[in-house]
Design a protein around this ligand. Structure first.
Ligand code: NAD
Ligand code: DAU
Length: 355
């Protein structure tokens, strides 16, 4: 069996669902259920004997030690993290706690577990750490895309905390021989994406007749990958990745934020025309920029393509259509995540931004 941490979040829940669609190997999902964790994402697994859930913190060493001793997973895949850049600007403490201290405690538990394995088990055991392209910092317009050999230059408390966790993972391989793998992926989008992030926020606000807040000039570039393509890349790295290596994951799909928001508006115009007429683009509003906003991310995915034969299955056009349709078909899910805490976050992040 495998142990997945953070499996109730956006990418983790897509990964668990995807894993059990293509595999019969059981999954134990450990998640703290922060505001970003949602068991509703995994409702279809209720009663499935291949799946179990434990609520807990990756930083709780006693709990993780017990789980590892009891279940003896052959791999640990670490998705658990605080993941939203804007939240890291308003309050970095949780990011340090989970992404750095939590990952450290998890590594300590896994190191103890690894030591207890026999030689055959050691040969196949893996710790896969899910990280981000943001650790490489920001690119200029004509810089080449990030390679695995790029220097780490994180600019936000979020990316700095992820960079620190990547360094710890690397150190546990070099110092203790822990068989680790690290993936650094670009921006994901797709089902179950929490509507604090650009694409789901735009869909949800558009349908509610609210402003679509564009930070700064909207010309910041991100490299978008449909979430199930990230999941297939992780499966691929787990199966065939070389221990100690890192793999950049991306879809060669750079787009300015404004183009993303236009694409969302145009799909909504087609699939759910505004009752009042006109286009959803009329709801676009320019607001004060994110402090320290990285201008451009782009992933060079040639290593994972060349060495492991991975390729994304979706283009941006197919992926964004599926995504918009998913949100239209899952308005109950959207309503259920818009709790009081969610509304408080919107007030905190957007109230002072009007221009
Ligand atoms: P998310 O915020 O949607 O989910 C994070 C999950 O981790 C939640 O279920 C939360 O409850 C859980 N969690 C948080 N703190 C925890 C703790 N201390 N112990 C146990 N569980 C905890 O994040 P996501 O977008 O699904 O990202 C998952 C991972 O992928 C993160 O490590 C993130 O850095 C990385 N990543 C994300 C993207 C992206 O575009 N979203 C891209 C590249 C890499
Ligand atoms: O690159 C990978 C990273 O992508 C992940 O590591 C992070 O976990 C994930 O959150 C994401 O970070 P970003 O900061 O790129 O994603 P976000 O959706 O917050 O913002 C995408 C872009 O859109 C960014 O340039 C900021 C801009 N934006 C965002 C919001 C929420 C807006 O213009 N308006 C908004 O309201």
């Amino acid at each position: 069996m495998i142990l997945v941490t953070g499996g109730a979040g956006f990418i983790g829940s897509n990964f668990v669902l995807d894993w059990l669609r293509v595999n019969d190997e059981p999954v134990l999902n450990l998640d703290k259920l922060t505001y970003a964790g949602n068991l509703e994402n995994l409702a279809e697994l209720q009663g499935d004997p291949r799946y179990a859930f434990v609520q807990g913190d990756i930083g709780d060493k006693a709990l993780i030690d017990t789980l590892l001793q009891k279940h003896r997973p052959r791999a640990v895949i670490n998705f658990a993290a605080e993941s939203h850049v804007d939240r890291s600007i308003h309050g970095p403490g949780e990011f340090i706690q989970t992404n750095i201290v939590g990952t450290f405690n998890l590594l300590e538990s896994v190191r103890g577990h690894f030591t207890s394995l026999n030689e055959a088990e050691k040969a196949t055991f893996r710790f896969l750490h899910v990280s981000t392209d943001e650790v490489y910092g920001s690119l200029k317009a004509d810089d080449p895309a990030f390679k695995e050999t790029n220097r780490y230059e994180p600019n936000s408390p979020y990316s700095a905390s992820k960079a620190a966790s990547d360094h710890l993972v690397r150190a546990y391989h070099h110092t203790y021989g822990l068989p680790v793998l690290t993936t650094n992926c670009s921006n994901n989008y797709g089902p179950y994406h929490f509507p604090e992030k650009l694409i789901p926020l735009m869909i949800v606000n558009a349908l509610a007749g609210k402003p679509l807040p564009i930070y700064g000039d909207g010309q910041q570039i991100r490299d978008w990958l449909y979430v199930t393509d990230h999941c297939s890349a992780i499966r691929c790295v787990l199966q065939a990745g070389q221990v100690g290596e890192t793999y950049n994951v991306g879809g060669w799909n750079e787009k300015p934020n404004l183009a993303i928001v236009h694409a969302v508006c145009d799909l909504l115009d087609e699939l759910r025309p505004r009752a009042s007429g006109g286009t959803y683009r009329e709801q676009i509003t320019y607001v004060t920029d994110r402090p320290g906003h990285d201008r451009r991310y782009a992933i060079d995915a040639s290593k994972i393509e060349r060495e492991l034969g991975w390729k994304p299955a979706e283009t941006f056009e197919t992926g964004i259509r599926k995504t918009v349709q998913w949100y239209l078909d899952h308005q109950d899910w959207v309503a259920n995540v818009q709790s009081g805490a969610y509304r408080e976050w919107l007030d905190k992040n957007y109230a002072g931004r009007a221009r």
